[in-house]
Write a protein that binds this ligand. Structure first.
Ligand SMILES: [Zn+2]
Length: 90
């Protein structure tokens, strides 16, 4: 099976925000995700965080992330368009 790129998108209530980041102390993230960015919109009040990873088995990768974070995470197919390349500019 070929590796594909997926977005792992977590949405959580505001009350869980700090708890999700604290969770890593007890349930560390897998080293396979070292240096993968985990952006979030939490400072804006929309509690959404995500990472993008290449994998042959997204469900298996999902199974390796901390359980509370995993609980609110859905896997999505992922594609990127580049403005000025695949999207024309003026
Ligand atoms: Zn949050």
């Amino acid at each position: 099976m070929a590796s594909k790129r997926y977005a792992f998108v977590n949405e959580h209530p505001a009350e869980m925000c700090a708890e999700l980041f604290e969770e890593a102390k007890e349930h560390p993230w897998p080293a396979a995700l070292n240096d993968v960015e985990l952006p979030c919109l939490c400072p804006s009040g929309r509690h959404l965080a995500w990472f993008v990873a290449d994998t042959e088995d997204p469900d298996a990768l999902l199974g390796t992330i901390p359980p509370k974070f995993r609980g609110g995470t859905k896997v999505h197919d992922y594609a990127v368009a580049v403005i000025g390349s695949s999207i024309p500019t003026a």
